[in-house]
Design a protein around this ligand. Structure first.
Ligand code: SF4
Length: 464
């Protein structure tokens, strides 16, 4: 489709960003060009997230805006892809602005769907009927698409994300992912490693392996069973790859010892662990269908720190889950104090139709008031901020190695000392954000900075 311009807007997690890269790559190869401007696009695709109500509201309000644009440009094609597309299916297709609804497991069809919509002006629905019962053929189609596309679409210079596994089998009570992304399927290690080799040949230095529960990666090939620790070793052995990271982990014993040992042994495997706890109350953890106790979780962190002393750990918490009493929340506050996370993502619970809790009829019992949720959110953030601040301060005067991402979006802090250099942002192996002045040509390369100032979430330094 030469001459047709596509604009893609992406919401949500790293998985979604990876899907956006794959879709972009496939459309480019089919002759479409990309545009950053919705106004000049022939096709607008929105890659959506269903994890929180707020994310879906944003998409719906954007569709309202596109409906308005389509009044003057009726030929413009609008496609909704991603988790919200799978969740709402034909209901979303009824929206006046929408031409295509395509679930995450159907993205290999994206070029066909967009071409058809442009040529025939018809509406198309591509969602997976029985998403929890995907067939081998469907998995192979996704694998083929994944291996063929996306590898040239680095979103951050020098870095790339590679999927290790799709879907999830955990059914946490609040989570829609198992119902929109299907069962956990691990990609063959050979395919993952081949992809990383190609990325390394293109100059990628840091690769992040992705999975909803990436630590439980397991793939049987012949006599051998591969786990995440094997993938980490194999990825680190690839020439040109300097740092290997992985997200997100689920707190379980599965392969944890091997993963920690590889982190301790391999200088290329970054000492960073994102390990969502979600609550510090055992009662709430049970209600969430998380299969660990708060004590066990904290012991896991102790073990991680014993094996990898300089490990940086990040957490996720949900406040205001149904039934969360003041005592339950106090247990969460205690956990955050004890866990000493580098940073924490804190969310207010919002009931999601289709989740386990919703199916059990309990999703409607959103019984912690909005004000209480807000208060708990602020309180927990303040507790975490204090910990983050203490951990950041320990970097004062130290030298850190960073992989430079590019220009910093923050206002220039020390423009007077910058010479002609702009302000750059990079991350350490342990995922600390570092801001410093330097030449833009450093984007995608490693640099060293001496830390001169800190804030809870950012280190500020001088280029060495
Ligand atoms: S582990 Fe739980 S929260 Fe994470 S994707 Fe799976 S069901 Fe959702």
């Amino acid at each position: 489709m030469k001459g047709k311009r596509v604009h893609i807007k992406s919401f949500g997690c790293q998985m979604n960003k990876l899907d956006t890269a794959l879709v972009t790559s496939a459309l480019r190869k089919a002759g479409f060009s990309l545009t950053g401007s919705e106004k000049e696009a022939d096709v607008v695709l929105i890659n959506t997230c269903s994890v929180r109500e707020h994310a879906e509201q944003r998409v719906l309000s954007h569709l309202g805006h596109l409906k308005h644009i389509k009044k003057t440009r009726p030929d413009m094609v609008v496609g909704v892809i991603g988790c919200m597309a799978q969740r709402l299916g034909d209901k979303l297709l009824e929206h006046e602005a929408v031409n295509i609804v395509c679930g995450p497991a159907q993205i290999p069809r994206i070029t066909e769907l967009v071409t058809k919509a442009l040529q025939e002006k018809a509406k198309s629905l591509a969602v997976t009927e029985k998403i929890r019962k995907t067939t081998e053929k469907q998995n192979q189609t996704l694998e083929k698409f994944e291996s063929a596309y996306g590898i040239e679409d680095e979103q951050i210079p020098g870095q790339a994300f590679v999927r290790a596994m799709r879907g999830c089998n955990n059914f946490c009570a609040y989570c829609i992912v198992p119902y929109v992304r299907g069962p956990a399927v691990c990609r063959p290690p050979q395919a993952i490693i081949e992809q990383i080799k190609k990325l390394a040949d293109q100059g990628v230095k840091q690769v992040t392996l992705l999975g909803q529960t990436v630590n439980s990666y397991k793939y049987r090939s012949g006599q051998r069973t591969y786990c995440l620790a094997d993938l980490l070793v194999m990825a680190s052995d690839i020439k040109g790859i300097e740092w290997v990271k992985f997200v997100t982990s689920y707190p379980s014993e599965e392969f944890f010892d091997q993963i920690l040992q590889v982190m301790a042994d391999s200088p290329k495997v970054c000492n960073y662990l994102h390990l969502p706890a979600q609550s510090g109350s055992d009662k709430i953890l049970r209600a969430m269908n998380r299969r660990y106790s708060s004590r066990w979780y904290l012991e896991l962190l102790d073990k991680a720190r014993a094996v990898v002393p300089d490990i940086a750990i990040a957490g996720d918490f949900i406040v205001g889950f149904p039934g969360e009493s003041q005592d339950d929340f106090a247990a969460t506050v205690e956990m955050v104090k004890k866990a000493r996370y580098k940073n924490c993502f804190i969310f207010k619970y919002s009931p999601r139709p289709g989740t386990r809790l919703w199916r059990a009829g309990k999703g409607l019992e959103d019984d912690v008031g909005a004000e209480v949720k807000q208060k708990r959110n602020i309180e927990l953030l303040a507790v975490q901020e204090k910990v983050s601040d203490e951990l950041s301060r320990a970097f004062l005067g130290k030298e850190v190695k960073v992989l430079v991402e590019g220009l910093s979006k923050k206002p220039h802090l020390n423009a007077a000392d910058s010479g002609d250099n702009p302000q750059l942002v990079g991350r350490t192996a342990t995922d600390y954000i570092v801001v410093f002045n330097g030449p833009e040509s450093l984007a995608g390369r490693f640099a060293k900075a001496k830390i001169t100032r800190t804030s809870p979430l950012t280190l500020f330094g001088e280029l060495i």
